[in-house]
Design a protein around this ligand. Structure first.
Ligand SMILES: *[C@@H]1O[C@H](CO)[C@@H](O)[C@H](O)[C@H]1NC(C)=O
Length: 306
């Protein structure tokens, strides 16, 4: 199985006692490090757009396992430490050690319960019956973790709040209007759009963790909801790592200065070109690079052709 949101198996080694699986390298480590241990690792907390993009990546990877691969597979151990991040912070699902082939999407199979406490769907924990809906439950828990910044099982919490799903249900049922907002990870910076987006994911997470498997949505629905949010929701800041680093709203001389600073050049841009404003005009932004004003072209070449 190959999918851009599943960590790829590159090869294996069988040599006496050496039995190795070789996977592609995921340089940014696990989601768990970024979500729960960012302080120890000297990182910044993930912002909401990133969390949403990661959730969508995971949902797409698991949707492929469930339905798009020629057979249906169940992961059985989805959790943040099995979600790995690439240089671009896009996520891939890993650890297929517990994957089971579902005989048919409709029927469940009984297995020895394996997986991780805190992420286990109740019917699976109790009876060992496994369907694709156990993965939906686990993904729901991961969504709750992304929203609240709390672990599925958190022993540092008071006894009635240790189990995230139980705590989440209590908050969701609360009449207190602030309960939802207070549950959001304090390290997500909030504006109205972000809160609206989080609220949708909050609702989705609740459905994913419904007690009865038939009440949980399927992965295609989750992908739809999450992708609609990533399209509608626009970040308030321009991402500095954006495709070509071109911010079309910035006046040309400033763009050049930025590039040159980036390239470590001391020279400043020639900002005498009167036509720079034409390039900065929004009408040009959607087309491929328009004819450049001459001053621009020269500076561009000198930066680029070093
Ligand atoms: C994270 O949230 C805590 C609790 O509100 C706060 O004390 C801390 O300064 C925040 N850190 C960052 C980097 O946002």
């Amino acid at each position: 199985m190959r999918h851009r949101h599943l960590v790829a198996l590159l090869g294996y080694c069988l040599d006496g006692n050496e039995r190795l699986l070789v996977y592609e390298y995921m340089p940014r480590g696990t989601l768990s490090q970024h979500l729960f241990h960012w302080k120890e690792e000297g990182r910044k907390p993930l912002d909401w757009t990133r969390r949403l993009a990661i959730a969508l990546d995971v949902a797409r990877g698991v949707e492929y396992l469930h339905t798009l691969a020629h057979q249906s597979f169940i992961h059985r151990d989805l959790k943040p430490s099995n979600i790995l991040l690439g240089d671009d912070m896009r996520a891939k699902v890993s650890d297929f050690g517990l994957v089971r082939l579902a005989p048919d999407g409709k029927y469940s199979i009984e297995t020895r319960v394996a997986g991780t406490f805190g992420y286990l769907a109740p019917e699976y924990a109790v009876t060992g019956r496994v369907t694709t809906k156990v993965d939906i439950f686990s993904l729901g828990v991961i969504l709750m973790e992304l929203i609240t910044g709390r672990k599925a099982l958190d022993e540092t919490q008071p006894e009635d709040s240790v189990h995230l799903v139980t705590w989440f249900r209590r908050v969701a049922a609360s009449k207190d209007e602030n309960a939802f907002k207070n549950a959001i990870d304090p390290n997500i910076s909030l504006d109205d759009d972000t809160v609206a987006s989080i609220e949708k994911v909050w609702e989705l997470a609740g459905h994913c963790c419904a007690r009865e498997p038939y009440q949980r949505p399927d992965m295609a629905h989750i992908v739809n909801v999450l992708s609609s949010l990533t399209v509608q929701w626009k970040p308030t800041e321009t991402d500095p790592d954006d495709v070509y680093g071109i911010d079309y709203d910035m006046p040309l001389p400033q763009v050049l200065k930025k590039w040159q600073a980036f390239e470590g050049l001391s020279q400043t841009a020639d900002d005498s070109g009167s036509s720079s404003s034409a390039y900065g005009s929004k009408d040009n932004t959607q087309t491929s690079i328009p004819t450049r004003p001459s001053g621009f072209a020269d500076s561009f070449t000198s930066v680029d052709g070093r």
